[in-house]
Structure formats: structure tokens, C-alpha cells
Design a binder for this molecule. Sequence first.
Ligand code: PHE
Length: 454
Amino acid sequence: MSTPTRENWGSKFGFIMAAAGSAVGLGNIWKYPYVVGQNGGAAFIFIYIFCIILVGLPLVLAEIAIGRTTQKNPIGAFKELTKSNNWSFIGGMGILAGFVILSFYCIVAGWSIGYFIESINGTVISYTQASEAGAHFNELISNPFWVIGYQLIFILVTMFIVVKGIKDGIEKGCKFLMPALFVILLILVVRGLTMEGSSAGVEFLLKPDFSKVTGNTILMALGQAFFSMSLGMGALLTYGSYMNKKDNIPSASISIIVLDVLVAILAGVAIFTAVFATGQNPGEGPSLIFQTLPLVFNKMTGGYIFSVVFFFLLIIAAITSSVSLLEVIVSYFVDEKKWTRKKAVLIFGSLSFLIGIPSALSFNVLSDFKIFGLTFFDLADYFASNILLPLGGLLIAIFVIYKWGIKNAITSLKEGSENLFDSYPFLLKLWEILLKYIAPVLIIFVFLNKIGVI
Ligand code: PHE
């Protein structure tokens, strides 16, 4: 039973904006372009979209359906559906993953704030050589006060939004921030497309070269799909738990997925048209937007304003995702432990900041300190993104098929979307097949590869 005080989204639009806000983040604007750049462009994008449809969509539907049916946090939800504690570890793993991701996510998000300030004071556009821009980036991240200072500012903003709750905090913020993000992104896309020489960038994104595709490309694409969709850790489950039973889950899920993919693709267009137009290297890696873009801004007309706008966009994208990470943890302590929202936000926001400090120091003081050959930052990313998320996704698929039962899951999914499924009943069969066979097999494949077995 849900507690009488539990909030709901104010509208379906609010839910979609919040969930799309969770999905659209640094994964789309920071990670996606550099992964595409390193993996040969269009062919990678094609496989990524394929993974989103085959694995992403069925799991998004499942997570949201579990959340909405139980109106509970990830641990409470599994408890409620099984009337036992046996499966709640899936939710526990999700909360842990959220906590770990939040701890390192705030660091890159903090760099975005730092670069926003750097763009306002004109430093970002002042470099004429890639090596200078790169050296400046390295200089900044080697200063622990710079990294930790912005990390702190970022988590404080996240805490400020989450403490205000679902309707007045997360929903209100995302309803305003997400449309702003689209507008800014579209401006950047138009700017990129109108630059001389941008067609090479468009070609890179549209013309697949499948000869470059290896097993690893497929695995990278699946991993990226998980992270980008906020899948496998109960973020969508938690947001679904604030959803109204009358709302249509499939249409909301498709909107979220389309927005997530669209933003990634638009970010790719904005970045690669500019990168190619200015003769940069698309395969630059994780530093792509911080090292390459300053030079792009330097070379383009109106570069100052575009640099300010771009880093502002990055901050928006990161905030609407980090609030979902913190909300997953907070919802558990509010629902199950009866904590006040304020107490949960204060304790877990602060804790994730503290736990993130060793990761922040990975770029400077602790850069030589490695566990299993990885810095704290890389270890946190690897553990959460490559182990906990795929494992969470796999377990959710197994749970729906073998424990909750596909019949119950379908009954729950159909609520609010009877028309769709009565007209096209084969869609439900398709969902079952994807959840039972396709998604688990693909995830096991990626998981085994990530831990180095195959
Ligand atoms: N999807 C977010 C991004 O693309 C990251 C995220 C992962 C958020 C998992 C919540 C849960 O940046």
C-alpha cells in the first residue's frame, strides 16, 4: 500500500520531461559523441539504435510498469510484488549503482560548470591550438580545489532540487530545463550545419562503414544504450512509481526513448559538423568536448556566445540526470525508513560528495593510485556502468518473466493503454519475446565481455 502522502507527477508531460531529463545527460552530450568518434561514426549509431529498440525499449516498459504498479521505491517494489525479501536485492543493487554513479557523475558535471565560467570569462575561446586547449584542460583538472569545488557546487544544486520533492522540485525543474535544452541544442545544430565544410561531419554521421564494426563496437553500443537510458538501476522504476494509473506507459516510454536518441543524434550533429569544419580529430576520446570544442568555438563566428550556451546546455543535461540518481536513493529512505525528504537528501547528497572525493582526486593527487589498474574514478565508472547496470537489467528481465509472471506484467502494462494493445495484441507477444530471449542474451553477451570472460 502506498502511504497517503506519497506524491504523483502533476501531469503526463511532467513525467515525460522528468524521465527524459534523467535519460538525457552527460551520456548523450559528453560520452556519446566521443564514443561515436572513436567507433567510426554511422555504423556505431546504427547498432546503438538497434540496441535501444531490442533491449532498451522492453526494459524501460518493464521498469516503469513495476514502479507504477507498486508505487514504491526500487527495494519496496520488489518486496511488494513477491511479498518477500528474496528479490529486493535487485532494488538494493540499483540504489547502490545510483549512489556510485552520482559520486563520479558530479565530477564531470562539475567540469561543465567550470567550463561554463571559463566560457563566460572568455578563456574557452582564447586558444588557437589544440595542444594549448588540451594543456589548459589538463591544468584545470590537475587542481584538486578546482575539481572538488565545482563538484560540491553541482551536488548542492542537485540536492536543492530533490529536497523540494517530485512536483515542485524535479518536475518543475525538468519541465523548464528540458525544453530549454532542446532549443539550445537546435541552435547549435543549425550553427554547426551552416559552417563551411560541415558536410564532412554529416557524412561521417550518415554513411555507415560496416567494415569498421567489430564485436567490441557492438558491446560499446549496448553499454552506451544502458547508461544513456538510465536503465537497470531503478531510476525509471522510481519515476514510474510517481505515475498515474490512467497514464499510458508505452506512449510515455516511446517519447522518452525518442527524446534520448534524438538528443544524442543532435548533439552528434552539432559537435561533428563543427569538429570537421574546423579540421579536428573526431576520435579524440573522453576529452573531446573539453579539448576540441574550445578550438571550434575559437574558429567560429559568434564562438563566444556559442561556448557559453553550449556549457550551459551541458549543465542542464547533467542536472536533470543527477536529480534522478539522488531521487532513487532518497525514495527508499523516505518510503521504507520513514525519513523526511530533507534528512535523506542531506545525508545521501553529502555522502555521495564525500565518496566522490577520491574519484575527484584521481585526476590529480591520486592519479597514480590504482586498484586493478584503474583510478578511483575509472573504478567507480566501471563497477557501476559495466557491472551493476547490465546485471540490473538482466535481473529485471528475469524477474518479470520468471517471478512476477508475464501475465501480471501485461495486465499492469495495459492499464491506461487498453486501446493500443486491444488493437495490436501482437505487441504484447513481442514484448514477451524481447524480455525473455533477446534482451537477456544480448546483456549476458555484453556482461561477459565487460568482465573479460569473452
Ligand atoms: N542517463 C544519464 C546520462 O545519459 C546517466 C544516468 C544513468 C542517470 C543511470 C540515471 C541513471 O547521462
